[in-house]
Design a protein around this ligand. Structure first.
Ligand code: AMP
Ligand code: MG
Length: 388
């Protein structure tokens, strides 16, 4: 599936709007960082050779603040008071921190600790040299990267565009939160959940509403969604029921890629393209929707967003009580809570594992991966796909 998805266009965005986006080109530092030798501490800029026998006294002839280049020359046995981040005066080669000194006159400092060339000096370019690569292409931008872009004087960055994802719910039985439930009706939970998942992932999420189980209405909704969005995520209508039209419509008006995967929850799934726009047809059971978003839609959308490795990450956790399951030919994704302990991550089931039981899954920290078979015994280690 992922090989069918192409990355979106490359755009230039303000760094203020760049978190979560992926760099399309490398970013170099036009100038050295730091741009000049400067002091890491508040203290006195000195010549180390003059403070070998301590205690010893030096004359304080200037004060150098951060942001102002020093102009005073330092004569023999002279020093300058200097503040963190200030330029090291040309005649000095090291800094004595203020804690290792005491003032013994208005312009006389007693130095208590012996000096060493380069002590407390942050060298020009010791983080990045001029022309060095600050960010490789394919970097998923985090807040610290935004700081780094600012450091190298880049107000904008070249990234893959943020995917615009349309979300549609299908189902005659579904109603919104604003009306009383009639017999047989349930509330549409998936649309809001999928919109929230998309937004939290950094995509632009578009609410395309709730569509009844009507083939023509579903076709119209999918066509218009595919026209206006980079990708479409639907919920419901992809299993074997008489009114499961999403799969049928996708097969008829689009190119269907695959449908059944041997996993639980989330077995019925449809993936296809309409006019080149990918459509992720997720199952209607809320937990199945959640899990299939994580396993299929998110990696697909991340691929479009330029992620070099869009696959879910896996952690390892120990299960003190074990996790039971029955053999059914499928891989199970058990919702678990994770605790950090001195021995590493520990996983416990989050509660009822029915695919309709969103209450028991909503707070889960991860999906424990259980291969086909009888499950795992107490104390076993399992792979966990983190959910947050
Ligand atoms: P479906 O995938 O359409 O066969 O639906 C499977 C189950 O999920 C049924 O019990 C539906 O009522 C339920 N369901 C479908 N869509 C939603 C939704 N948007 N919110 C909550 N439950 C849903
Ligand atoms: Mg349905």
């Amino acid at each position: 599936m992922l090989s069918r998805l192409r990355t979106l266009e490359v755009v230039e965005v303000d760094i203020d709007d760049a978190v979560g986006l992926v760099t399309a080109t490398e970013v170099t530092a036009p100038e050295a960082v730091p741009p000049f030798d400067n002091t890491a501490v508040d203290g006195f800029a000195v010549r180390a050779s003059e403070i070998q026998d301590v205690p010893t006294e030096l004359r304080v002839v200037a004060t150098v603040a951060a942001g102002v280049p020093p102009e005073v020359p330092l004569g023999p046995r002279e020093c300058a008071r200097i503040m963190t981040g200030a330029v090291i005066p040309g005649d000095a080669d090291s800094v004595v921190m203020v804690e290792d000194t005491e003032m013994v006159g208005p312009d006389t400092v007693r130095v208590l600790a012996a000096g060493e060339i380069g002590r407390h000096v942050r060298r020009r370019g010791d983080d990045l040299g001029a022309g060095d690569v600050a960010l490789a292409a394919g970097t998923v931008l985090r807040p610290a990267h935004v700081g780094l872009l600012a450091t190298v004087g880049r107000p904008t960055v070249t990234v893959f565009r943020r995917p615009v994802v349309g979300v549609v719910s299908t189902g005659d039985e579904l109603v919104g939160p604003e009306v009383p439930l009639q017999p047989g009706q349930i509330r549409d939970s998936n649309r809001q959940m999928l919109l929230a998942l998309c937004r939290a992932a950094g995509f632009v999420a578009v609410d395309l509403g709730l569509v009844p189980d009507d083939e023509a209405r579903i076709e119209a909704a999918l066509r218009s969604a595919a026209d206006t969005c980079d990708a479409v995520v639907t919920s419901g209508g992809v299993s074997m029921g008489d009114f499961d039209y999403v799969k049928a419509v996708l097969g008829r008006i689009g190119e269907m890629e695959w449908m059944q995967v041997a996993i639980k929850p989330a077995k019925p799934l449809a993936f296809g393209t309409i006019g080149g726009t990918p459509v992720f047809g997720l199952p209607g059971n809320p937990v199945s929707s959640l899990v299939s978003f994580e396993l299929f839609a998110r990696p697909g959308l991340n691929t479009m967003a330029g992620y070099p490795d869009p696959h879910p990450r896996r952690l390892q956790a120990m299960v003190p009580e074990g996790l039971d399951r029955r053999s059914d030919g499928k891989t199970h994704f058990v919702r678990v809570l994770l605790d950090s302990t001195d021995e590493g991550l520990v996983a416990h089931t989050s509660g009822g594992q029915g695919s309709h039981q969103l209450a028991a899954s909503a707070g889960a920290d991860g999906l424990a991966v259980l291969r086909d078979g009888p499950g795992v015994g107490p104390g076993s280690r399992v792979d966990v796909i983190p959910l947050r």
